[in-house]
Design a protein around this ligand. Structure first.
Ligand code: G3H
Ligand code: ZN
Length: 305
């Protein structure tokens, strides 16, 4: 199936009270594990490529592998830029065929975040590609952040409404208590803040740093407008954990496939579990995004007319 954009996927999720998993991948085996899980669960899926993944694999490899994987899958697949760092990076990914983009201006002053996000939205709107942006800041666990720092970085609901209006974005990444790259899932999300955000923001919201958040908290947040959930660290832990174990079990092995395929299988099981938790299992054909080529090409034709 050709790639779909995240626009109709997230809209369907918002209306259906489920969330679509956005899984980070850096290599072929991770992409395959994610896609295999989506096919087995009959779930729509967002495969996302970060700046780090682009540096590691190269943009052409990273994007082409996802396109090939999508082509072979019978479920809707989105190719998303995760934490795009600049206007230029978004232009490059738009040209490379990404069907969903993100600008992360969370470290910038509010006005600069609005200005650059808006420029990207203006570039993408005529060709029907949705843009995610971040307001508030989802911090990094490597910075040893305190609870007070996490709280101070949370998204303000009134400012969120203003940001959505000023930029015209399709989805908003919010900071509600999660922290990137945590290896234990014990952070509780601020559900009261989610409720307040939902009252002010009517577009789909995005949860970053989900590996460190409690699953019951995540499920509750989905009821208040979280429609895209980013997962990276838990996938990496499963993938690397299986390979570490294999190196103990098969110390004399020199065939990388024997280890990498075990990493792929372990990652796939985590993704399947996430899809069931997020409620996206079985949603691949249910909500009007079953004909992906139409939505993407219609947008392009609309621009030419
Ligand atoms: O953008 C990617 C994520 O927010 C993933 O966060 O590594 O904590 O799962 P995580
Ligand atoms: Zn993130």
């Amino acid at each position: 199936m050709p790639l779909v954009t995240s626009k109709e996927l997230l809209q369907a999720a918002l209306e259906g009270h489920f969330a679509v998993g956005a899984f980070n991948a850096n290599n072929m085996e991770q992409i395959q594990g994610i896609i295999d899980a989506a096919v087995e669960e009959q779930s729509p899926v967002i495969l996302q490529v970060s700046q780090g993944a682009i540096d590691y694999a190269g943009l052409s490899y990273a994007s082409t592998m996802v396109k090939v994987a999508a082509q072979e899958a019978n479920v809707p697949v989105v190719l998303h830029l995760d934490h795009g760092s600049s206007f230029e990076q978004n232009v490059i990914c738009l040209r490379a065929g990404f069907t969903s983009l993100m600008f992360d201006g969370s470290k910038l002053p509010y006005e600069d975040n609005v200005r650059i996000t808006k420029q990207i939205v203006e570039m993408c709107t005529p060709v029907g590609i949705p843009v995610e942006a971040e307001l508030g800041k989802v911090l990094q666990s490597r910075d040893n952040v305190s609870e007070d720092e996490v709280r101070a970085a949370m998204t303000d609901p009134d400012q969120a409404r203003q940001f959505v209006e000023e930029t015209g974005i399709s989805s908003l990444a919010v900071a509600v208590g999660s922290v990137h790259a945590m290896t234990s899932a014990d952070a509780e999300l601020d559900i009261e803040r989610m409720k307040a955000l939902r009252e002010k923001v009517d577009i789909p919201m995005v949860l970053h740093g989900s590996s460190g958040a409690r699953e019951d908290s995540i499920v509750e947040a989905i009821q208040y407008g979280v429609c895209k959930i980013n997962v990276a660290t838990q996938l990496n832990m499963a993938f690397v954990g299986a390979i570490k174990q294999a190196s103990v079990d098969m110390p004399d092995n020199v065939d990388p496939r024997k280890w990498l395929s075990l990493g792929r299988d372990a990652l796939k099981e985590v993704v399947r579990h996430k899809m069931r938790t997020f409620g996206s299992s079985g949603q691949a054909t249910s909500s009007g995004f079953a004909s992906p080529a139409k939505s993407f090409r219609t947008a392009e034709l609309g621009h030419l007319e």
